[in-house]
Design a protein around this ligand. Sequence first.
Ligand code: PLP
Length: 370
Amino acid sequence: MPDRINVTRSSMPPFEEYMQEIRPLWDSRWLTNMGEKHDQLQQQLQQVLGVAQVSLFANGHSALEMTLQALGLPHGGQVITTPFTFASTVHAIVRSGLEPVFCDIRPGDCTLDPACIEPLVGPATCAILPVHVYGNLCDTEAIAAIAERHGLKVVYDAAHAFGVTKGGVGAGSFGDASMFSFHATKVFHTVEGGAVASSDPALHQTLYSLRDFGIADAEHVEAVGGNAKMSEFHAAMGLCNLRRLPQYIASRREVCQRYLQRLAGAPGVRVLLQSAPDVQPNYAYMPVYFDPAVIPEGREGVQRRLAAQGIGARKYFYPLASDYGCYRAQYDSSRTPVARRAAAGVLTLPLYEGLALADVDRICDIILQK
Ligand SMILES: *Cc1c(COP(=O)(O)O)cnc(C)c1O
């Protein structure tokens, strides 16, 4: 039996390259708290993302929570977001003393449906938190127009969108701020890590202090912060991975294109990825919708048959956040029918740098029962 294929696999630089990157830390003994590697990575990311400010964090979730705190949103305020996301997005809102209001998504790319946002805006609404799901960019223009009309903040969960550009503009350029995750499973990673991109130096300054206990200087603590600093070892991993990013993306691109080729035209099978001439994607995920009206075994059947051959495919995202045990008493997911359908029919297929095209063929053969 061939080796197991998981849905994802972390990209790794050569061992020696990482060793070389961390060697200076044995001399300096400066292991965390905004050291040399941290500053280098921050500067390089500003270039790569094409944004004025990048604040590095220990993980993407803390970055998102602290951004909501830094924006000074009113306690109990409502934040319009999507139920079709990772737990982090919604938990960040709730843990910040805010209330999520779930908005439906578009069936083609699973991003927030701008037409559904405005009817949800009320007197308590203070922000919109859209997600660039699977690296699919939200309709940032429509969202900006709605936010402007109602005086709302916009924070993007760009955890999936590292390196995506539209008309040459980076995914971190929209709204008041964008959160990126550098978790080990992401296209670009620092093992654990994250960042906030923005064009606002004041926000950057606030985040600098919040992630370090709210400490302003040796004798002044001006905010109720936490600890979410990126260590030198994590930043060093980031420097190595950033060097190899073009290679990682090129490999993922080949894999994605093979999937698209093989699955094109299969009845009841729809790839949930945008393709637009002015968008440069990052090939982060291969989300596929299996239409239960056309495929009797449904998504569950496909997942079972893949699993029987040692291939992991993931129900990403299922369940909807509004159906989590901790939220379902407060929400009714039938109000977001498109999101509900997506969650019931989606599987993300194995996709990572270095996945062999022969394996992609094997996966597609199983899916298509060839
Ligand atoms: C990975 C992810 C996060 C959280 O990032 P961490 O770095 O793991 O804390 C948030 N939102 C989405 C959509 C993600 O995929």
